[in-house]
Design a protein around this ligand. Structure first.
Ligand SMILES: [Zn+2]
Length: 79
C-alpha cells in the first residue's frame, strides 16, 4: 500500500531517530525514493536535527533575533 506524504511528514522525526517498526520504515524509504518533495524535507529535517544535536542553534549571538526581525520587517511589502 502506498504511504501518503502527510503520513510521511508526521513520522519523519521517528524515521530519522530509527524509532519505527520495520514495515513502516520500509514503506517510507520507498516513498523517499519516489517522492522528490518528501526526500527534500528529509534532508532539511536531518540538517535541523544535526544542528540541534550540536547545540549550535542555542548559541546565537546576542541581539541576533532582534536584527533578524528588523530585517524581515524591512523586507515586508509596504502598504
Ligand atoms: Zn511524498
Amino acid at each position: 500500500m502506498e504511504i501518503s506524504c502527510v503520513h510521511v511528514w508526521k513520522e519523519i522525526s521517528n524515521y530519522i531517530d530509527g524509532d519505527l517498526d520495520p514495515a513502516l520504515r520500509e514503506r517510507m524509504s520507498a516513498h523517499f525514493k519516489s517522492c522528490a518533495h518528501c526526500s527534500a524535507i528529509l534532508d532539511g529535517t536531518r540538517n535541523v536535527v544535526g544542528l540541534v544535536a550540536d547545540g549550535k542553534t542555542f548559541d546565537l549571538p546576542r541581539g541576533f533575533s532582534e536584527r533578524l526581525k528588523q530585517r524581515l520587517a524591512q523586507n515586508l511589502p509596504k502598504h
